[in-house]
Design a protein around this ligand. Structure first.
Ligand SMILES: [Zn+2]
Ligand SMILES: [Zn+2]
Length: 208
């Protein structure tokens, strides 16, 4: 498996290119910005992007999804509860003084427990609300893409519309940490971590 992390855009959001050496097929997790740079990276790795998996609908995570979909023909996945965020992309952009991105289009809705297969890559979907109501994590083997739910030493903010701190803590404690200590967590911002490290030392959900 090929995993390439790429921090993009004004929010320094981690986009992840996840591909299979065997098939040459890949997904792009959170097509937030700098699509041409991400497409060049895919080309360099000889990967073809078949799906765009959005963890949630905040602008830093989905602003480039429509452009990537248009340029690659990849299908866009976003949980139905976060579609309103995508529909308000123009408003989200205005809030930050940014130009309005291309309007987003959703092809499929990931749901809790659903297996999302792209060629020989199969992701398990976990619904982890709290940062937004439609936030999901994508799990492939012992790798988990957790968006703005869990960060190394921190958790996602819950002061935006649809945010709920208790719900977020429950999502992390009941869905993410039980994946196992060895499972690698790839967050939407900042460095990667493991569930074990967060279970022990995270000041919000850890044991210490
Ligand atoms: Zn967010
Ligand atoms: Zn974010």
């Amino acid at each position: 498996m090929i995993i390439e992390a790429c921090a993009v855009g004004p929010f320094v959001m981690n986009a992840y290119l996840v591909g299979s050496e065997a098939s040459g097929d890949a997904v792009l997790i959170d097509a937030g910005d700098e699509i041409d740079r991400l497409l060049a990276l895919a080309k360099k790795k000889k990967l073809s992007i078949k799906a765009i998996l959005s963890t949630h609908g905040h602008i830093d995570h989905v602003a480039g999804a429509a452009e990537c979909r248009r340029k690659t023909g990849a299908r866009h996945w976003l949980h139905r509860l976060d579609v309103p965020w995508l529909e308000n992309l123009g408003q989200q952009a205005a809030m930050f003084g940014l130009a309005a991105p291309e309007p987003g289009v959703v092809d499929e809705h990931p749901e809790e427990g659903k297996l999302l297969s792209v060629s020989d890559l199969s992701f398990k979907v976990l619904h982890v609300p709290g940062h937004t109501q439609g936030h999901v994590a994508y799990v492939l083997g012992d790798q988990a893409w957790v968006g703005d739910c869990l960060f190394a030493g921190s958790i996602g903010r819950t002061d935006l519309p649809g945010g709920d701190t208790e719900q977020l803590l429950t999502s992390i404690r009941t869905k993410l940490l039980p994946l196992g200590d060895e499972v690698v967590a790839w967050p939407g911002h900042g460095p990667r971590t493991t569930m074990g490290r967060e279970r022990r030392t995270n000041p919000f959900v850890g044991e210490e």
